[in-house]
Design a protein. Structure first.
Length: 118
């Protein structure tokens, strides 16, 4: 039996899931075991999500970072990577369509930076 859990709560994901699938603008951008994902998120959107999560046990009053920009409307998706307009690592290559590729054993990502050999 399997359960599909859809959430933005990374703490729940860490505790309840065996595998993590990260979606952005309706597209799967990263798929990995929970352990591998939390050890090293590879897609820039996944990295942004992780940087926005509050640290457990940190009681220092600070403003959490956010990912600049907005998710594009489905009718206004940019060419290539949908995260490109918000990505801090964008390049001309990001305008080309990307497919999921194995960046590490069992760790799939839709970003040429994580899989430079493709």
């Amino acid at each position: 039996m399997g359960v599909l859990l859809i959430t933005h709560d990374l703490g729940v994901v860490a505790e309840a899931a065996d595998d993590v699938a990260v979606m952005y603008a309706g597209e799967l951008v990263e798929l990995a075991s929970t352990q591998d994902f939390f050890a090293a998120p590879l897609h820039p959107y996944s990295q942004g999500l992780m940087s926005c999560a509050p640290l457990v046990g940190n009681h220092e009053a600070r403003r959490l970072p956010s990912i600049p920009g907005m998710v594009p409307l489905p009718s206004e998706l940019p060419a290539g990577c949908a995260f490109r307009p918000r990505c801090p690592h964008t390049s001309e290559r990001c305008r080309q369509p990307q497919s999921l590729a194995e960046a590490a054993p069992g760790h799939l990502v839709r970003c040429w930076r994580a899989c430079p050999s493709r």
